[in-house]
Design a protein around this ligand. Structure first.
Ligand SMILES: NC(=O)c1ccc[n+]([C@@H]2O[C@H](COP(=O)([O-])OP(=O)(O)OC[C@H]3O[C@@H](n4cnc5c(N)ncnc54)[C@H](OP(=O)(O)O)[C@@H]3O)[C@@H](O)[C@H]2O)c1
Length: 236
């Protein structure tokens, strides 16, 4: 059976992506720290495995990937989605803020990918989608650490697309705009609708549809792409 790994699957875009893959008959491996949230996604997906894993901890990633590769599932897809948002002036952004953003967005993506890469090379097939952000291309004030790490994810996507191509591995990136998920404080997104060219913020399932398109065999000749799914905000 085909399988997809989705990090940060307990809420928001990761949960919606897991539901999308489950709908198309993939077994889904759900990774995140909060196993209670993962269990709910698991129940909604049906055919799933939930694995508690802090993606800032290399040993927990090693353990999780070992568990995944020990199953009889054909792992074809990795979605690096887990993340946290931090908003502050550059002056007030601490060393810890920088390191936390680096560990989850950059090294979480790097370590998961590095662990799965030999498996994809061996199978001559693999597809990776990194969930970056429109801020990785067009940053705003107050997002120095987050936007820098999202830019790094986009650059990493493009390098890996080139290195993966001879092995049949595709690597793409979705750059969401403002999406209504728990990453934002309650009520924070409602005032942002008017600033969007399409007049509203996004829904997690709208990002999941693009992640699915890029990850699945629906886009066999697409690699290194940065797909903006953002109501047009990156054009302003
Ligand atoms: N919502 C937006 O407006 C927006 C816009 C652009 C890009 N994005 C990106 O989209 C991705 C998903 O975010 P979302 O909006 O869906 O927010 P979300 O609902 O808060 O989801 C983020 C998930 O990441 C997991 N996570 C965070 N730190 C982790 C860690 N150290 N180890 C393992 N899992 C961790 C969280 O689960 P646990 O707490 O259980 O670990 C959570 O389920 C993120 O990369 C975010 O930067 C979001």
């Amino acid at each position: 059976m085909k399988a997809a790994i989705i990090t940060g699957a307990g809420s928001g875009i990761g949960r919606a992506t897991a539901l999308m893959f489950a709908k198309f008959n993939y077994h889904v491996f759900l990774l995140g720290r909060d196993t209670r949230k993962l269990r709910i996604t698991h129940l909604e997906c049906g055919d799933a495995t939930s694995i508690g894993c802090d993606l800032t901890k290399p040993e927990e990633i090693d353990q999780a990937v070992k568990q995944i590769l020990n199953t009889n599932k054909t792992i074809e897809i990795l979605i690096n989605n887990a993340g946290t948002f931090t908003y502050n002036t550059f002056e007030n952004t601490t060393e810890d803020d920088w390191m936390n953003q680096y560990q989850i967005h950059v090294m979480g993506t790097v370590r998961m990918t590095k662990q799965l890469w030999p498996h994809f090379v061996k199978n001559k097939k693999g597809s990776i989608v990194n969930v970056a952000s429109t801020l990785g291309v067009r940053p705003t004030a107050g997002t120095s650490a987050y936007s820098s790490m999202k830019a790094a994810q986009i650059s990493l996507t493009q390098t890996l697309a080139l290195e993966g191509a001879p092995h049949g591995i595709r690597v793409n990136c979705v750059a969401p705009g403002i999406v209504d998920t728990p990453i934002h404080p309650p009520g924070a997104v409602s005032g942002m609708a008017q600033a969007q060219p399409l007049g509203r913020v996004g829904r997690p399932d709208e990002i999941a549809a693009s992640v699915y398109f890029l990850a699945s065999d629906s886009s066999p000749w697409t690699t290194g792409a940065v797909l903006h799914v953002d109501g047009g905000i990156n054009l302003l």
